[in-house]
Write a protein that binds this ligand. Structure first.
Ligand SMILES: NC(=O)c1ccc[n+]([C@@H]2O[C@H](COP(=O)([O-])OP(=O)(O)OC[C@H]3O[C@@H](n4cnc5c(N)ncnc54)[C@H](OP(=O)(O)O)[C@@H]3O)[C@@H](O)[C@H]2O)c1
Length: 290
């Protein structure tokens, strides 16, 4: 967990370090359910606001819009950004086979047209142990071939992670992306990842805006004179997670980043927020699939 001082010093350029040495921006824009021009605009606004990471997926059908927005932002005469300054994540939709995974990665690369993918995740642990190992091996080989720089998983439970740690002891997943916010804390799984050097990414950090009126969140927000959304995002950052708030609204895109800077929750706030856990799953929880 990061210290209160470190979290008060959080800015858009704050990064965590993955086990392969890659720096990963700690706050990134999520773009699920953002399509075409709406997604394009959101990514452009985010980069202008100071975000340096975008979380997409083959499933979201917006890799092309993300890539176009990133490329246009990098080409803008006013920018000093280069490709190396932007961290682009995408994810495998279907776990099928080694060959299908290599094909899917090349398709994603063609869609985003960004030369390489910074982080490639297996979106979910479906398919059983043999398929998971084959698919993971394909992702590692894509990393060896320079198609992706970092590799990881999403929605993997402890048993799925143990499988990969046993089969690939020298190259464990760098990241596990999970549903994480004060209303779903997944403590045992988080502890397992931490103990194995796997960085956690918090998806749905705002609980899809469905818990912003909760009295504890509101009370902590009022104590710090901040909107409730800031409290939700800040909790994940202070847990040491990468946070992926999604918005297609320009003002909220700005607010979610600026609202993470130059302040911190105290330990009492953090404990109160942890106490809200109700395993609140907004869409799916495949962490215990076979
Ligand atoms: N790996 C996975 O299985 C998985 C699953 C789910 C999500 N994800 C990733 O995590 C990202 C975030 O998760 P999410 O999209 O489910 O939910 P979220 O970020 O928790 O919430 C997004 C919702 O909150 C609203 N919102 C954003 N900022 C707000 C603010 N400051 N005040 C009030 N409302 C606000 C957004 O509205 P507007 O957009 O209208 O502003 C949107 O309706 C996704 O986009 C995706 O990248 C990954």
């Amino acid at each position: 967990m990061a210290s209160t001082e470190a979290q008060a010093a959080f800015t858009a350029s704050t990064c965590l370090t993955l086990a392969n040495g890659q720096k990963i921006p700690q706050l990134q824009l999520g773009v699920w359910e953002a399509y075409d021009d709406e997604c394009y605009d959101a990514v452009k606004w985010a980069l202008e606001a100071g975000y340096r990471g975008i979380d997409s997926a083959e499933w979201y059908e917006n890799e092309a819009a993300c890539g176009r927005a990133i490329r246009d932002s990098l080409a803008a005469p006013s920018t000093t950004l280069t490709r190396a300054d932007v961290f682009f994540t995408t994810k495998l939709r279907r776990n099928e086979s080694y060959a299908a995974t290599r094909d899917a990665i090349r398709r994603s690369l063609a869609e985003c047209a960004l030369d390489y993918i910074d982080l490639y995740l297996i979106h979910a642990p479906f398919g059983g142990p043999d398929v998971r190992r084959e698919v993971y091996r394909a992702v590692l080989d894509a990393a060896d071939d320079g198609e992706v720089k970092g590799w990881g998983v999403s929605n993997f439970g402890v048993s799925h992670l143990e499988e990969l740690l046993e089969a690939f002891p020298a190259r464990p997943p760098l990241v596990n992306q999970l549903e994480l916010n004060p209303f779903i804390t997944q403590a045992a799984l988080v502890d397992f990842c931490r103990a194995n050097g796997i960085v956690l990414q918090a998806y749905t950090p705002l609980a899809k805006a469905r818990r912003l009126a909760h009295p504890v969140v509101v009370a902590i927000a009022e104590k710090h004179a901040r909107p409730p959304a800031d409290v939700m995002v800040k909790w994940g950052l202070q847990e040491g997670f990468v946070s992926l708030p999604k918005s297609v609204t320009e003002a909220r895109i700005h607010a979610n980043l600026r609202g993470a800077e130059h302040w911190a929750l105290d330990e009492e706030d953090m404990e109160l927020l942890r106490g809200l856990d109700e395993h609140f799953v907004t869409e799916w929880d495949p962490t215990d699939c076979p």
